[in-house]
Ligand binder design. Structure first.
Ligand code: FDA
Length: 303
């Protein structure tokens, strides 16, 4: 049943017509609990509030699977504008980008050019840029682009999805690169990805522990208290200092736990999506946790 619900919402997240239609309406039907606003100005007060609570943020200007050059260029300009604002407003935050928003499905060199323009501005302001990981079909290209750009810019990193089988070698090759560790949010074939939660969780723990003992900064991105508790024990046992890793969660999820981790002295970063292209992101959150549907129903009936 859970797997059927997952397939259903993942199917919706990939539906081009629904994605386009939803853009016209703005974030609603429960989505506003997880999407902080439609433009960056509206989100600045949210970031300030979190910063006051010692929480840093990573900003995702929503958008993916773009097939139109102008749309990709507009997205790039918006991200660059956001970087200027982050600097001017002195906000404790960095940015997360998606290569398919910046032209990966149009032309690789065009995408690299767009990312490089973003990186240059971010580098001047000492702001980190994270490349989110998308579907497996983009995995190899994403890593190639990351490695290429990392030779020229140190302020770039990416994401490793622990549902994938063959990440061990990549993790080794990326030992000097800042990484975010996640379980993985897309529907993938059994030929490339684990489907059982136990396997994905075991792989998550193995990879996170390896990274925690390594040199480069690691973001542990999960809402799973079991994983977080096991890693907290590991961190204590190995006397790992708290300055080389952080926990990350999505905006609107397990907020009490986010504050609790900060109270315990851990670095914490909230991933904040914003923008008009909210539909695919919201459907993936429903796929992960159909209980989020309760919020949707409440919004429809009680607001
Ligand atoms: P999971 O959904 O496996 O839940 C495990 C358990 O935790 C549940 O059984 C429940 O007990 C508890 N739990 C979870 N959520 C809860 C809630 N809201 N309330 C109460 N209990 C809850 N994916 C990707 O493919 N590419 C990417 O770039 C990113 N980026 C990213 C950034 C950040 C900051 C996060 C947190 C996640 C991502 N993801 C991602 C998504 C990620 O791959 C994954 O799909 C989700 O985080 C869901 O998996 P979890 O590990 O959070 O727990």
């Amino acid at each position: 049943m859970a797997s059927l619900a997952k397939d259903f919402f993942i199917g919706l997240s990939n539906n081009e017509f629904l994605n386009k239609s939803a853009k016209k309406f703005g974030a609603r039907f429960g989505a506003e609990r997880f999407v902080a606003g439609t433009d960056f100005d509206a989100v600045i007060p949210v970031i300030r509030e979190l910063n006051k609570k010692k929480i840093s943020c990573t900003m995702d200007h929503l958008g993916e699977f773009v097939t139109d050059r102008e749309e990709s260029e507009r997205a790039k300009e918006k991200i660059i504008h956001m970087l200027h604002q982050i600097n001017e407003e002195n906000l404790e935050c960095h940015v997360s980008i998606k290569l398919t928003q910046l032209g990966l499905d149009i032309e690789e060199s065009f995408c690299i050019q767009n990312v490089e323009q973003i990186l240059k501005v971010a580098n001047d302001y000492n702001i980190f840029v994270n490349i989110d990981m998308e579907k497996y079909s983009h995995y190899r290209k994403t890593l190639e682009i990351l490695k290429q750009l990392h030779q020229r810019y140190s302020n770039i990193g990416t994401v490793i999805q622990t549902y994938l089988y063959d990440v061990e070698k990549d993790i080794e090759e990326l030992e000097n690169v800042r990484l975010r560790i996640v379980k993985g949010a897309y529907k993938e074939e059994r030929t490339v990805a684990y489907t059982f939660k136990e396997d994905i969780d075991r792989n998550f723990l193995e990879i996170a522990k390896k990274r925690l003992l390594g040199k480069a900064f690691t973001s542990i991105a999960t809402h799973d208290h079991r994983i977080i508790n096991e890693l907290k024990k590991f961190i204590e046992e190995h006397q790992i200092t708290k300055d080389n890793f952080e926990f990350q969660m999505l905006y609107g999820f397990r907020v009490d736990m986010q504050y609790q981790l900060v109270k315990e002295g851990y670095q914490f970063c909230t991933y904040i999506p914003f923008g008009e292209d909210w539909f695919g992101y919201f459907m993936r959150r429903l796929a992960e946790r159909p209980q989020n549907l309760n919020l949707l129903v409440k919004d429809v009936f009680y607001t």
